[in-house]
Write a protein that binds this ligand. Structure first.
Ligand code: SF4
Ligand code: SF4
Length: 116
């Protein structure tokens, strides 16, 4: 669903009220056996993190289902994150500047996760 914006007239010209959230980039990903990964960069347009709200796993991890996934011309971003217990989580969106992903105890996890 699209976010609603509100037009508030201020003075003669008026001004937009409200903020736009930007998707944080996946700065790097060490999960080289995911088909979205090339040269330790994620090429899924928007990943989702945390199907289990207590564990920051990359749900978009696709293993080797194909030799190439995503768009090689694009860099991955965090589309949404359900890990509400993370310091960087606001309304189930990630507000970190960027994230790193890598294996942790055998799981492709968001390494930027910080408990609240
Ligand atoms: S961030 Fe997730 S989807 Fe992207 S390459 Fe890493 S494991 Fe794969
Ligand atoms: S930094 Fe926190 S909020 Fe952002 S994707 Fe990782 S676990 Fe989710």
């Amino acid at each position: 669903m699209l976010a609603e914006c509100e037009w508030i007239p201020i003075g003669i010209t008026g001004e937009w009220k409200g903020t736009t959230m930007e998707m944080p980039p996946v700065k790097g990903c060490q999960v080289t056996d995911c088909c979205y990964n090339m040269d330790e960069q994620c090429h899924a347009l928007a990943i989702q993190v945390g199907d289990n709200p207590a564990h920051p796993i990359c749900d978009t991890f696709a293993g080797q289902v194909a030799s190439q996934c995503g768009d090689r011309a694009a860099t991955g971003n965090v589309g949404a994150c359900k890990v509400s217990v993370c310091e960087y989580n606001e309304n189930l969106e990630c507000i970190a500047d960027s994230i790193m992903v890598g294996y942790q105890q055998g799981e492709p996890d968001c390494l930027t996760f910080e408990p609240k």
